[in-house]
Design a binder for this molecule. Sequence first.
Ligand SMILES: Cc1ncc(COP(=O)(O)O)c(C=O)c1O
Length: 460
Amino acid sequence: MQSAGTQNLSRKKEKEIFHLFGKHISKGQIRYLSGGHLDILEGERNGIRFRESRSGRTYIDGFSSAGCFNVGRRNPQVIEALENALDDYDMGTYGMLSAPKIELAKKIVSIAPGDLNRVLLCGTGADAIEGALKLAKGATGRNEIFSMIKAYHGHSGMSLSANGKDYYKELFQPLMPGFRFAPFGDLNAIQQMVSEHTAAIILEPIQGEGGIHVATDEYLKGLREVCDRYGIMLIFDEIQTGFGRTGKLWASEHSGIVPDIMVIAKSFGGGLYPNAAVLYRDSRVLTGFVDQNPEFHSSLGGGSDLGCIVSSSVIDYIVDHKIWENVERMGARFQEGLRHLGNENSDIIWEVRGRGMMVGVEYKHEFMGILMAECLATHGMFAAYSGNAPQVMRFQLPTAANEKDIDEALEIIRKAIKFMRLYLLLLSPLSTIPFIREKLNKGDILITVNVWLRKLAFWN
Ligand SMILES: Cc1ncc(COP(=O)(O)O)c(C=O)c1O
């Protein structure tokens, strides 16, 4: 394993990091993470695993930072490209022309779905979502945006306004005007709501934070028809689903539906250099707007020369290795194993769903999400529950996992469920009382209990 420079921490050093994180960054974050046993200091990271800094325990990375590591952790080919780039380049002056920008634009267009052949380079996912929504509003001259209930598009102004969970938004009202929400998958609802005032419909082809909900082909086809009828821009957020994660290069390929605008980020940066982009169709409306308003969206991080070189290398790696093929095969094996576990544990697992290596396991009760994260970590797998649907465990195993890794992951999950049953001996009877179930589902009690258990473990 290559060194990431943070392994072999002493307990004293680890304590100091926790203390200083609480002091300077956020105590609340530590508490939130410890609730699901996610307060792990990553040390060496390589391929599909990482090692905990102090204890040396190895974890299968079942989260992949919500889809950032589709080329694996510390991919040697991408590292080499970045190292070489550092000999000649820095970020470059923002907004200026450069060879790395053009090289990347050519590459991304060559693998983009359908006729999306124009590129807006951005810094982060939320930044690119802002760019996509501004593009749709500016080009159509309309103000209304439809997003989906439970959607996640980021934490900045417009992207937060498009977020489908009130929890993230209620502290900051009023947000951007003109955002409306429809239930994901309900074509009828959206047909009733849209009009000639609608600029865009934005959705994730598979909702990630919302709890791994897969849009059906008929739904996407219906949305395409609605958008064509009213001149609405169809925007796919492929930030989490793109770059092979679902068993195709793009999730939209499963249905063959091409959006007008598509947003990419996360694995675009290879887990080494945050990077994002908006791809759009070369139409009179969209291109015309951009050419007339070349400064309509820009950021210092968007189109950095170093970032472009990293992303070009990521695309080369993904295409050369056809990573989606392994994802399709291993994803099928993983999902089959999970369904088997689901049948054996039907009192705990309600449903298994997903595509490729973007898989959700929905538990019978919300509180089981936090509990299962804890039990999985105890058995050697790092996995997180969905931010907008805590009862759904979001498994995003590394795309390079092989049969042995998948079987090991399934074995860990089997053991974790068995372990969770010990907790459930106490919690199941309590959870039949609605008042207590509500408290458990809110997560606070479990987080407190887990924090204390973790503290005890820490002092051991
Ligand atoms: C589907 C989706 N959209 C948007 C974002 C926001 O991206 P970023 O965190 O880079 O701003 C994320 C990040 O989790 C995401 O998963």
